[in-house]
Design a protein. Structure first.
Length: 101
């Protein structure tokens, strides 16, 4: 969704907000995947913490994009709902893993 939303951002933002929000969004799942590649549960938990931080960074850049008028209020709201869902999934997985320790 982030890539679709940012496709219409001003060309002048290609190395600014566009790049930052895309990088942050892609890093969420990249960190989860990296954590699964490591065997110790503690390493996966650390990767989930980093993923949660990237998700909040993504949310911030979406707020900024809305405030700058690059995305509509409706698109921003849908994006925030997806951020909430991703955050809940990350937290649920983290809670489950903590029970193993």
């Amino acid at each position: 969704m982030v890539y679709k939303l940012t496709a219409s951002f001003p060309r002048s933002e290609l190395f600014g907000v566009t790049s930052q929000v895309r990088r942050a969004a892609a890093s969420i799942l990249a960190n989860v995947a990296q954590g699964f590649g490591r065997r110790p549960t503690r390493e996966l938990l650390r990767s989930l913490q980093i993923a949660a931080g990237e998700m909040e960074e993504t949310r911030y850049f979406l707020i900024l994009s809305r405030d700058l008028g690059y995305i509509s209020a409706a698109d921003a709201l849908r994006s925030f709902e997806l951020c909430d869902s991703v955050g809940q999934l990350i937290n649920a997985l983290g809670r489950s893993l903590k029970k193993r320790i």
